[in-house]
Design a protein around this ligand. Structure first.
Ligand SMILES: [Fe+2]
Length: 174
C-alpha cells in the first residue's frame, strides 16, 4: 500500500482506515496522515475527573479513538493482552512509561519518554504494559488505533504488580 500523504480531514482518515486491510496498513495510515488537531476538535470531549475516550471508527478488526487528557490526567498501568495498539499525539505531549513484570511479579519501569506531536508509539502484542500521562499544563489529544477493538484490558496495581482483567473505560458521549 502506498503512503497516504495529504490526508487532512477526518472523513479522509476514516476512509483510508476502512480501506486498510492489515495492521501494518493501519499503522502506515496513522503515521502518514496530516490531520490537524483543529479538524478533530468537534469530536473531543473533556472531563475534569478523568481522560476521555472518543470512538471515531470501529470495525470488526480495528478501532480508532480520540483520547483527550486534561493537564495531569493519565491512564492506569495496563496492557492489551493479545491485542496491539498505536498511539499518536496530535496536540500537546504524552509521557509514556513502559513496564515489565519481574520474576517476583513486581512491575519494573523499563522506559520513560516523551511523545510529541506526530510521534507514533507501537504497543506490541504481549509486550504492551504501559501508562500514558499528560505532563504539560495544557490539554493533549492522541489518536489511538487498537486491533482488534478492545473490550477488556489488564489493569495493574502499581505497588503489588497484580493484574486484573477489566472492561475498558466506556467511550464518552458527546
Ligand atoms: Fe493504553
Amino acid at each position: 500500500m502506498l503512503m497516504q500523504p495529504g490526508i487532512r480531514t477526518l472523513p479522509g482518515l476514516l476512509a483510508a482506515l476502512r480501506k486498510a486491510r492489515t495492521r501494518s496498513a493501519y499503522e502506515r495510515v496513522l503515521r502518514s496522515a496530516e490531520v490537524p488537531a483543529e479538524e478533530l476538535a468537534g469530536q473531543a470531549t473533556w472531563n475534569n475527573r478523568h481522560y476521555t475516550r472518543n470512538c471515531l471508527l470501529r470495525t470488526a478488526d480495528m478501532e480508532l479513538m480520540l483520547i483527550c487528557f486534561e493537564p495531569g490526567q493519565g491512564t492506569s498501568i495496563h496492557d492489551y493482552g493479545a491485542e496491539e495498539g498505536w498511539v499518536r499525539p496530535i496536540r500537546g505531549e504524552l509521557a509514556e512509561e513502559r513496564y515489565r513484570l519481574d520474576e517476583d511479579g513486581m512491575l519494573v519501569c523499563t522506559e520513560e519518554r516523551r511523545l510529541t506531536v506526530d510521534d507514533v508509539s507501537h504497543l506490541a502484542k504481549g509486550a504492551s504494559l504501559h501508562r500514558f500521562t499528560n505532563p504539560l499544563p495544557m490539554r493533549s489529544m492522541s489518536l489511538n488505533i487498537y486491533a482488534r477493538p478492545l473490550r477488556s484490558w489488564n489493569v495493574y496495581d502499581s505497588r503489588s504488580g497484580n493484574g486484573r482483567l477489566r472492561p475498558v473505560p466506556p467511550v464518552s458521549k458527546r
